[in-house]
Design a protein around this ligand. Sequence first.
Ligand SMILES: *Cc1c(COP(=O)(O)O)cnc(C)c1O
Ligand code: SF4
Length: 346
Amino acid sequence: MQTMSLNHINPIQWQQILADAVSDPAMLLERLQLPANMLDSMIAAHDSFSLRVPEPYLQRITPGDVNDPLLLQVLPQPQEQLEVKGYVTDPLDERSSNQQQGLIHKYRGRVLLIVSGGCAINCRYCFRRHFPYGDNQLGGAQWQQLLDYLKQDNSIQEVIFSGGDPLATTDQRLASMVSDLEEIPHLKRLRLHTRLPVVIPQRVTPELTQLLQNSRLQTVVVTHINHPQELDDSLIAALKELRNATDQLLNQSVLLKGINDQGEILCQLSEALFDAGVLPYYLHLLDPVAGASHFKISETTAKNLVGQMCDSLPGYLVPKLVKELAGATAKVPIMPILKNNGQSIS
Ligand SMILES: *Cc1c(COP(=O)(O)O)cnc(C)c1O
Ligand code: SF4
C-alpha cells in the first residue's frame, strides 16, 4: 500500500516492485483469468497467511492454468485449513536454538541471522509461516549483542544471512552489517540464503554485487528456485551478475507435490540452473508445517526421484536430498534409490 507522503522519496526500482506486489485474491484471479468460484476458498486461506506475489513472478505464470507450477506455490488453497497430525507451527523447534534475538546457532561453525522478517513473496509451503518474526527485528542494541556473541565464539567461521529474506533489506543496511562482520577476525565466510532475486530479478543491484565482490569474506549465495519455469531471461541475467560477484552460487529447492515431483522436471531444473551458472545444492523434503500438508511427498518417492536424477545426470547436477530434524547436528542426508539397484541402499 502506497501513501502520498512516501512518493517523493522515489524508491529504487526493486523496492517499488516489492511494494506493488499483488496481495488481493480478487486481483490475482482477474490477472490470471482464474475461475471465479476459487475466490472464497482463496480468501479463507489468505486470511491466515496472506497472498503475496510480485509482478515479475506473476509474469511467468500461464494465465488460465490452475495447475501452473508457479501459481501453486503462491495460491492460497482450501487444504491449508486442514489440521493434519504431525503438522505443527514450529517443526524445527527453532525457538529453542534462538539463543539471541535474530540469531539461530544450531550447527557447528556457522550461525544463521534473521536479517529481515520480510519476504517478497509468500510461499504457501514456507516452514516459517508461523515464525515470530516480530520478535526478531535486529535493532541497534540487538545487533551489538549479536556481534558480541560472534566475537566471543571463535569456532564460528561462517555467518548466514537469512530471514524471511535477507535481501528484503536495503543495500545500505547490508553494507553496514557486512562491514561490522568483516572486523571479526575468525569469520571467513558470508552466506546469503535468498529467494528475492528469483522473484524480483531487479534486486540484483550494482550496489549488491559490489558489496559481495569487495568483501574480505568469501561469499556464497544460495538461491531458492523450485521449478525450471522460474528461470526466465531476466532471472538468468541476474544470476549471471551474482555469479560474477560471488565465490559460489548454489541453489536449494523444496520437493513439492504437484509442482516439481517428477524426475524429468528435476533434471530440467538442474540443467537450467547450470546453464545459468548455478549448482544444485540441496533438495529438501518438506518440513511438516501446519497448512502445507498437501505438498507432502513420501520419503520413498523422494528417494526414487533423486535416483532418477542420478541415473541421468552428472554427479554435480544431483542435489543432496535432505530433511531437517529438530535436534540433529546437520541437515540429515537421505540416500537415493537407483533404478538398477533392486534394494534400497539406505
Ligand atoms: C540449514 C541451516 C544452516 C546451514 O546448513 P548447511 O548444511 O551448512 O547448508 C545453518 N543453520 C541453520 C539453523 C540451518 O537451518
Ligand atoms: S521466500 Fe523463503 S522464507 Fe519467504 S515465504 Fe518463501 S520460502 Fe518462506
